[in-house]
Design a protein around this ligand. Structure first.
Ligand SMILES: NC(=O)c1ccc[n+]([C@@H]2O[C@H](COP(=O)([O-])OP(=O)(O)OC[C@H]3O[C@@H](n4cnc5c(N)ncnc54)[C@H](OP(=O)(O)O)[C@@H]3O)[C@@H](O)[C@H]2O)c1
Length: 164
């Protein structure tokens, strides 16, 4: 199966200048707990926005550039959606981590969304799309516990595809 993990602001903001619009250490910890030991799939721009190759995760990076290379044992470069399907085990949970282009591409094949809503508006140049909530069931929801470092309120949701 495929899942998404995504954090958005109140207006669906998700990126600015190829970075996240916020700094939320607790949300980064949540991202790690969901994605660690899984295959993570991302667009080339999101890959280049990461501070480093993320430990304990197999990275699959999509680019249309057939000459794009990245020499690391946990990074595989692919050129199409079909190539991603060839590489993953669909019995396992494979997690799409963005960005917007790749979320669009995988939406029809995705059964779960780990969605964080950050309760603030941000300057942004990349936005997530509105989900058709008839197609999703909210299976979990909880508020982040705030502290000195992570002091912007945010809510975690798990949405599962409504197959009824
Ligand atoms: N808030 C969040 O949860 C979150 C999550 C992830 C990212 N972000 C933010 O989102 C922004 C990046 O998102 P983005 O939408 O601009 O870029 P992206 O989706 O990360 O990457 C886009 C790139 O993916 C490749 N690509 C797209 N469709 C493809 C296809 N069908 N086949 C092969 N390759 C394909 C292309 O690479 P080439 O140009 O190399 O051909 C394209 O330029 C950043 O600001 C990042 O910080 C936010």
């Amino acid at each position: 199966m495929f899942s998404f993990i995504i954090a958005v602001g109140e207006n669906n903001e998700m990126g600015v200048n190829n970075h996240l619009p916020w700094h939320l250490p607790k949300e980064i910890g949540y991202f790690r707990s969901v994605t660690e030991w899984h295959t993570i799939i991302m667009g080339r721009k999101t890959f280049e926005s990461l501070p480093k190759v993320l430990p304990n995760r197999r990275h699959i990076v999509l680019t249309k550039d057939k000459t794009y290379k990245y020499d690391h044992p946990n990074v595989e470069i692919v050129n199409s959606l079909e190539e991603v399907f060839d590489k993953v085990n669909l019995e396992e949970e494979n997690i799409i981590i963005g960005g917007a282009e790749i979320f669009h591409l995988f939406l029809p094949y995705t059964d779960r969304i780990y969605l964080t809503i950050v309760h603030k508006t941000f300057k942004a140049d990349i936005y997530f799309f509105d989900l058709d909530m008839d197609k999703w069931i909210e299976t979990k929801k909880w508020e982040a516990i705030l502290d000195d470092k992570t002091n912007i309120p945010h809510t975690y949701y798990v949405l599962d595809r409504n197959k009824g």
